[in-house]
Design a protein around this ligand. Structure first.
Ligand code: NAD
Length: 488
């Protein structure tokens, strides 16, 4: 795999310039074939501080611009995403290993996120009321200052766009820490923002791992931290950032349950469940991980097995992210088998001719899983679905409710009443009815419940406006000589 000359060595982006920082470099591999595509600096707290100082310096002028002025830059930026769609799509494909079609959908979603950001002047109309004769109270939304965004490997282009456009349009300046496994898409993001006219210092990137994240959580001049990644790290980041008195929203992992009822449309259900568990090689926080089959659903399971035969690793099924991920996923399958589950479709030991160095796991369906097994409880993050059989809807809902996570849940049925029962009783932030990947689209916000999210509010949509701003309340007596007591 090859990337352009400028991407073959990732540098930090600070104050509008790419900087080589001379720190220990790490290799960036393409999971498609395991080849080295770039190197990445493992930055330190000093680099974080440089980025924060640049963001701090840029903040007053950026915050002083009107919202309408700031969004003009994002109209141009969105047009640049569209212009460079093919290149950006290829980049996601190469660094993450998902298929070209999946990568394209990701970049399209980034454009949609920018569309929400540029509509902010139509959404944010400040509140004003004459609270007593001649006296007015108003509330205005003001930016926080320097904010940070820490992102995971599975959506190198989209997840950075969950935070960056809204935070910036609302007047903040940002330090971003992309996943060290997929740092290339954010490099292009910085270049295109500059081309769109974003002033230097408003957006900065510091590359690296744990040290950078810890320095972000500890830096006194960072006001808010947004995190997306595994639950284990989300907890660490949430605790560390809030103990340093920052606001924080930290999205974690998932174990999404799809409840399949016997009256579900067999063809649609089978294709949806398989698409949900295998899309992006199962490395979506919205992926189906457990199917709870209620009563007689064998005919649907048989169709699911047929559906998986349409999936060809290296063609319409992408790779998983790394050799370690492949090993972990295959370990889960082996453990389930050893504990008595039945492997209906086995994706272990998959190699793709011509891409022998790549990290591939074929689609896997595990039946007769019980709730005590690891494959029923833990996030596998691969193209694997565990089927648990339930005698009725109450038992199925209890199984869903028993999960520590709560990102998404879905029900497949033709009965409106039964679907409503699941909508009301499932313990998850995002619910699907006859939809396997129930991602809310803008302006509806994205965020889970339970151990899938820590902090108040969601990460996108209207909810994010609360997160990225603070209210300024002003009380004004317009006519000072009037003897009105404003409290009267
Ligand atoms: P991860 O938690 O390993 O890494 C996320 C970020 O945290 C990266 O930038 C990484 O450098 C940093 N990090 C890793 N270990 C750290 C540590 N010990 N201390 C401080 N920082 C650390 O996650 P990942 O493997 O990149 O991404 C996959 C995970 O993200 C899955 O669990 C998936 O469900 C989750 N995810 C959740 C959502 C959501 O909306 N809830 C969306 C996308 C991904």
């Amino acid at each position: 795999m090859n990337v352009s000359e400028t991407l073959s060595e990732v540098k930090n982006f600070i104050d509008g310039k790419f900087e080589r920082n001379g720190q220990n470099a790490m290799d960036v591999l393409s999971p498609i074939d395991g080849s080295k595509i770039s190197t990445l600096p493992l930055s330190s707290g000093l680099d974080v501080d440089s980025a924060v100082q640049a963001a701090k310096k840029a903040f007053p002028a950026w915050a002083a611009m009107t919202l309408k002025e700031r969004v003009q830059i994002f109209f141009r930026y969105r047009a640049l995403l569209e212009k460079h769609m093919e290149e950006l799509t290829n980049l996601v494909h190469i660094e993450n290993g998902k298929t070209y079609g999946e990568a394209k959908a990701e970049v399209e979603k980034s454009m949609e996120l920018c569309e929400f950001a540029v509509s902010m002047p139509q959404i944010i109309v400040n509140e004003v009321q004459e609270v007593s004769k001649g006296v007015e109270c108003r509330i205005e939304r003001k930016p926080l200052g320097v904010v940070a965004s820490i992102t995971p490997f599975n959506f190198p282009n989209m997840v950075p766009h969950w935070t960056m456009p809204n935070a910036l349009v609302l007047g903040n300046t940002m330090v971003m820490k992309p996943s060290e496994i997929v740092p290339l898409s954010t490099v292009r993001m910085a270049e295109l923002l500059k081309e769109a006219g974003l002033p230097d210092g408003v957006f900065n990137i510091v590359n690296g791992g744990k040290d950078v994240v810890e320095a972000i959580c500890d830096h006194k001049d960072i006001e808010a931290v947004s995190f997306v990644g595994s639950t284990k790290v989300a907890k660490i980041v949430y605790q560390r950032a809030t103990s340093n008195l920052k606001r924080c929203v930290a999205l974690g992992g998932a174990k999404n349950h799809l409840l399949v009822l016997p009256d579900a449309n067999p063809e649609m259900t089978a294709s949806n469940v398989v698409a949900s568990m295998s899309g992006c090689a199962g490395q979506r926080c919205m992926a189906a991980s457990v199917m709870v089959g209620v009563d007689k659903v064998q005919h649907i399971i048989d169709r699911m097995v047929d559906e998986t035969k349409k999936l060809v690793p290296g063609d319409n099924l992408g790779s998983v992210i790394s050799a370690e991920a492949k090993k972990r996923i295959e370990g889960y399958i082996a453990e389930a088998e050893a504990n008595g589950a039945k492997i209906l479709v086995d994706g272990r030991n998959t190699t793709v001719p011509g891409k022998e160095g790549g990290f591939y796991v074929g689609p896997t369906i595990i039946d007769y899983v019980t709730t005590d097994m690891s494959v029923a409880r833990e996030e596998i993050f691969g193209p694997v679905i565990s089927i648990i059989r339930a005698k009725d809807l109450d038992e199925a809902i209890a199984i869903e409710n028993g999960s520590d996570y709560g990102n998404a849940a879905a029900v497949f049925t033709q009965s409106g009443g039964l679907a409503k029962e699941v909508i009301d009783r499932a313990s998850a932030g995002m619910i699907g009815v006859n939809i396997g990947v129930p991602v809310p689209r803008e302006p509806f916000s994205f965020g889970g419940w339970n151990e899938s999210k820590f902090g108040v509010g969601d990460i996108t949509g209207r909810s994010s406006i609360e997160f990225w701003t603070q209210n300024k309340k002003t009380t004004i007596k317009w006519n000072p000589e009037a003897r009105t007591n404003w409290m009267s």
